[in-house]
Design a binder for this molecule. Structure first.
Ligand code: SF4
Length: 208
């Protein structure tokens, strides 16, 4: 169960960097930008620069204060890596969040990737996602042994649209994310504030 995030596949978010630069039509309805605008309106000092890329140095060590292991979504309010660079990052879990999926990706390269999350666009003006685009990615993941998680159909009424694909949910996660910390203590690091599982620092590009 999520500890302090409503996002289906994570426990917590951690944003040592906020803001991003729109680079493609896929960014048109960027939820992070929408959220940043809201936070600016609320006077949140971390968003004093709006949606411009802003470092938050005081948050870099935040996970070391979390006493319980958890799945951490790094940079939910920004975007860190391009897929080619992502492959070179020495993380235990590398994942792609293909959300919003706005077109088919017929040749998605998943080598070096552990987990793929797919979701449709949601909110005002949401653009549709075809089931076959999702199936194509799901089948690719199944073929290459990559965990596949289907987050949502999206749309303007995303709760009603739900998250079933071909009659079921797809909630796969890499084994190292599912494993409980007491099953493998060698994966724990600790400081005087308690343990943290380094492998829980999953890393992603926002969307491609
Ligand atoms: S890359 Fe992602 S976070 Fe950055 S503007 Fe586009 S949709 Fe938003």
């Amino acid at each position: 169960m999520a500890l302090d995030s409503f996002i289906e596949w994570t426990d917590s978010t951690w944003n040592p960097v906020t803001g991003c630069t729109k680079i493609s039509p896929g960014c048109k309805h960027c939820y992070a930008e929408r959220m940043a605008t809201r936070l600016v309106g609320m006077g949140q000092p971390r968003y004093r620069n709006g949606f411009e890329v802003t470092l938050q140095p005081d948050l870099v060590r935040l996970p070391l204060r979390w006493r319980r292991p958890r799945v951490i979504f790094v940079n939910s309010m920004s975007d860190l890596f391009h897929i080619e660079r992502l492959r070179a990052v020495p993380a235990a879990v590398r994942f792609l969040s293909l959300e919003p999926l706005l077109a088919p990706i017929s040749s998605l390269p998943v080598d070096g990737i552990d987990w793929v999350i797919v979701g449709g666009e949601s909110g005002p003006g949401a653009r549709p996602m075809a089931a076959d685009w999702v199936r194509q990615i799901r089948n690719r993941c199944a073929r290459d042994g990559v965990a596949f998680f289907f987050k949502q159909w999206g749309g303007t009424r995303k709760k009603q649209a739900g998250r079933l694909l071909d009659g079921r949910t797809w909630d796969e996660m890499p084994a190292s994310v599912l494993r409980q910390p007491w099953e493998d203590d060698s994966r724990l690091i600790s400081d005087d504030r308690g343990p943290m599982r380094t492998t829980d620092l999953a890393t992603r590009p926002c969307s491609i």
